[in-house]
Design a protein around this ligand. Structure first.
Ligand code: ADP
Length: 276
């Protein structure tokens, strides 16, 4: 086994690219949370994982991160089963995940050290400042997390995730606590960072906001809460990029997709209420 990545050896199909979630189930204390979920995420895709509270979105992300193991099926990256956390998968949670006793720059420098263990301290800090500048925080490098606003902390968390240089970025409602203006800014910043990465990163982005899922995603996968986390639908978002925010939300294509997803979510909520 490769200790750095926690991936199992001997891939069954080394040619299989991207992230494959193969017919997985998961339960907490015998309570089913995900049932027979299968999703293929090609390399470089921006996948939005959408669903109501309790549909198992965060659990699925934790499984991909390798923080939990499925009770059935398997998850693989590039044909190799995921059996634990690994440096090829960076995770951004809603709660910023910065060390409070380090400056923003020192926080990012830690991530740089993981990606480049042989860099000296000065170069790590220099690269860290560069990542902070990319998210508009170049002037806040010396500040501690408590001195930053929520939006700034989340920018730093994104810089930290980018600095890990992981090909897979797993994001769990990272903008949920932000006001609409900051949320929109960070959505665009994330899209620009994703488009600028080469090779393009694979992103799995959890949200319960239909507009956010559609605006960001190449595809939206819908999980339902009824009968414990099931896959309800997979919806490609064929609107071209770059997406200009105002035109995107005004377009007939967006409105049709939104309506379709909202109807499916309503039906799922009604059916989960009926089963209570
Ligand atoms: P979502 O992210 O869609 O809101 P979660 O994956 O957080 O859904 O939770 C799915 C279900 O699993 C919920 O019913 C939740 O109560 C349950 N759950 C989540 N985490 C735990 C845990 N650590 N122990 C027991 N049950 C949990």
């Amino acid at each position: 086994m490769n200790p750095a990545s926690n991936l199992a050896p001997a891939p069954e199909n080394p040619a299989a690219g991207g992230l494959r979630i193969e017919d997985i189930s998961f339960a907490y204390n015998d309570e089913p949370v995900l049932r027979r979920v299968g999703i293929e995420v090609p390399e470089g895709e921006f996948l939005s994982l959408l669903g109501p509270s309790g549909s198992g979105k965060s659990t699925l992300l934790r499984l991909i991160a390798g923080l939990e193991r499925p009770t059935r099926g398997r998850i693989a990256w590039k044909g190799v089963e995921i059996v634990g956390p690994g440096i090829e998968r960076a995770v951004v949670f809603q709660d910023y995940s910065l060390f409070p006793w380090f400056t923003a720059q020192a926080n990012i420098a830690l991530a740089v050290a993981k990606a480049h263990p042989n860099l000296n301290r000065a170069s790590r800090f220099e690269l860290a400042r560069d990542y902070l500048s990319r998210v508009g925080l170049g002037d806040a490098a010396e500040k501690y997390p408590f001195q930053l606003s929520g939006g700034m902390r989340q920018r730093a968390a994104i810089a930290r995730a980018l600095a890990l240089e992981a090909p897979v970025l797993l994001m769990d409602e990272p903008f949920a606590s932000l006001d609409p203006v900051n949320r929109g800014k960070l959505q665009d910043l994330l899209i620009n960072a994703w488009k600028g990465s080469s090779p393009r990163r694979t992103i799995v982005f959890v949200t319960h906001d239909i507009d956010e899922a559609l605006y960001l995603g190449d595809r939206v996968v819908l999980l339902g809460a009824s009968q414990g986390g099931r896959l309800l639908a997979e919806t490609p978002v064929p609107l071209p990029r770059p997406r200009e925010r105002v035109a995107f939300f005004a377009s007939a294509e967006f409105r049709a997709l939104r309506e379709d997803i909202a109807e499916r979510l309503d039906a799922d909520i009604i059916s989960s209420l009926a089963s209570v």
